[in-house]
Design a binder for this molecule. Structure first.
Ligand code: ATP
Length: 235
């Protein structure tokens, strides 16, 4: 098992946001975590990334407990998060944004990272010296993903990659996610767009009010009308 989260609780001050969350991710899988607004999806990713300190339980990555580790150390171990809302640096160029993603990497790895980013996303090469803030939403999402891939992670965590994108760009982003997985990167995908997410995911977890309420293969969850209507809204 690449990642094994056992009985994770997470808190913001005295507010408990995750309750006894257990999730397993095998090497090479795409896992979707779906649920409505405020269910705890981002909190789950942030707990793994080390940006929420107040947690209990276990987060085993390659059998080592990384819970409570420094975010930079967690990136160094091979886990990278692509945050909700992209969070590119608008006043830095596309290339400088990519450089920032590789801040832990050596010069050679950064050069290789640029090459990978530009061949995957030719538009980023065309716009390499342009301010990231001038890119369209879809292009910014591509940049955010490319930036996350600069350190060649083992596990990529994507928080709402389709948020605010047109249907066309949403489809493109999901194609990109499937391609990244085919190249061997394991992916945890957090999405409100449940139908799209479950279509690409091997397995899915449904989270409600900070608790996992269901898990199954992506295909089975998609067929489960109860889940779709109760937690995810109608199709
Ligand atoms: P969304 O898709 O709307 O971001 P989510 O499923 O990602 O939803 P979280 O952002 O993880 O949900 O939030 C889970 C709960 O924790 C919510 O009740 C939210 O209000 C609360 N919460 C999130 N961030 C903080 C914070 N910084 N301080 C206090 N409470 C927070």
């Amino acid at each position: 098992m690449l990642l094994q989260v056992n009985h994770l609780d997470a808190f913001y001050g005295r507010l408990q946001a995750l309750w006894d969350v257990s999730v397993e991710v095998e090497q090479g899988e795409i896992i979707a975590l779906i649920g409505s607004n405020g269910a705890g999806k981002s909190t789950f990713l942030k707990s793994i990334a080390g940006s929420i300190k107040h947690t209990s339980g276990e987060i085993l990555f390659n059998d080592r407990d990384i819970r409570g580790g420094k975010p930079s150390k967690i990136v160094g171990s091979g886990i990278v998060m692509c945050p909700e809302g992209r969070q590119v640096f608008p006043r830095l160029s596309v290339r400088e944004n990519l450089r920032a993603g590789g801040y832990l990497a050596g010069k050679e790895q950064v050069e290789a990272g640029y090459e990978r980013a530009y061949s995957r996303f030719p538009v980023l090469k065309e716009r390499a010296s342009q301010y990231a803030g001038t890119l369209s939403g879809g292009e910014q999402q591509m940049l955010a993903i490319a930036r996350a891939l600069m350190v060649a992670p083992t596990l990529l965590m994507l928080d709402e990659p389709s948020l605010g994108l047109s249907p066309l760009f949403t489809e493109k982003i999901f194609e990109i996610i499937a391609d990244i997985q085919k190249e061997g990167v394991t992916i945890i995908l957090v999405e409100q767009n449940a139908v799209m997410a479950l279509s690409v995911a091997h397995r899915g977890y449904v989270i409600q009010n900070g608790r996992i309420v269901s898990t199954d293969t992506g295909a089975n969850l998609l067929k489960n009308e109860d889940i779709i209507s109760q937690y995810l809204g109608s199709r």
